[in-house]
Structures are given as C-alpha cells and as structure tokens.
Design a protein around this ligand. Structure first.
Ligand code: HEC
Length: 113
C-alpha cells in the first residue's frame, strides 16, 4: 500500500510539472534572456516604477500576459514597444516555464481585501 501511494505521488507530481511549466527551465530562460535587466534583481525591484514586479504573480496570469504580447495588435493582445520584442523568441512552452519560475519566487505584492 505504501509503495502504491509513493508511486502515485511520484507520477502526479511529474504530470503537474509538465502541464504547469518547469521552474528550472524557466530560470534558465530568464537568465538567458536577461529579463532581470528591467524587472530587477529577484524580479521584485524593477528598474523603473512603471515596470511590473513579476515575482509571485499568478502563473496563469503571467502566461496570459506573455501570450498577449505575442498576439500584439490581434484580439486579446497587448501592444507594448518593449515587451513585444522580448517575447518574440519565446515558444509556448518557454512561456509556461517562465511563468512557473516567476510564480515560484517570493513576491512582495499583496491583495488587500
Ligand atoms: C527592456 C526592459 C524589459 C526587459 C528586458 C523585459 N521586460 Fe518584461 N516588461 C517591461 C515593461 C516596460 C513591461 C510593462 C509593459 C506594459 O505596460 O504592458 C513589462 C511587462 C512584462 C510582463 C507583464 C507583467 C504584468 O503584470 O502584466 C511580463 C510577464 C514580463 N514583462 C515578462 C518578461 C520576461 C519573461 C522577460 C525576459 C524574456 C522580460 N519581461 C524582459 C520591460 C522589460
């Protein structure tokens, strides 16, 4: 019984990682494309107050935002001179991985209710 539970835990976790993006791959991509140059060290201290903090934001929101920059002027797109260039080389899997990575970082954003 114990073995069966372990097997289930192993495979459920593995399936979740691939569907939700891979944090390690996301970190490698963020380093490769130097996203921290603007979004700041630890993705909590952007170089300009008008630039967003990425750390701790919801994974699905981050993926949605990056996809919107890819759409540009299209439906549900975002047209931003800076980010349009940044997302050009990213595949859909890259976007999922980056979103998983930023989401995994401790953020300073809070919800006031
Ligand atoms: C040259 C500066 C710069 C670089 C480099 C940069 N960004 Fe951005 N990023 C911005 C700015 C400015 C915005 C806000 C744009 C807007 O108003 O839509 C933004 C917005 C975003 C958003 C939307 C956040 C939100 O809260 O809606 C995400 C996600 C994001 N960037 C991820 C990335 C990733 C991933 C990389 C690296 C591949 C990257 N950025 C590199 C400047 C930059």
């Amino acid at each position: 019984m114990k073995k069966l539970l372990l097997a289930l835990a192993c495979c459920t976790a593995a399936a979740t990682v691939s569907a939700a993006g891979n944090v390690t791959a996301g970190k490698a991509l963020a380093d490769k494309y130097a996203c921290a140059t603007c979004h700041g060290k630890d993705y909590n201290s952007p170089i300009d107050p008008s630039y967003p903090k990425l750390a701790g934001q919801h994974r699905d929101y981050l993926a949605h935002a990056l996809t919107a920059y890819k759409r540009g002027d299209g439906a549900n797109g975002r047209n931003n001179a800076i980010m349009t260039g940044q997302v050009k080389p990213l595949s859909n899997q890259d976007i999922q991985d980056l979103a998983a990575y930023f989401h995994s970082l401790p953020g300073t954003l809070v919800n006031h209710r």
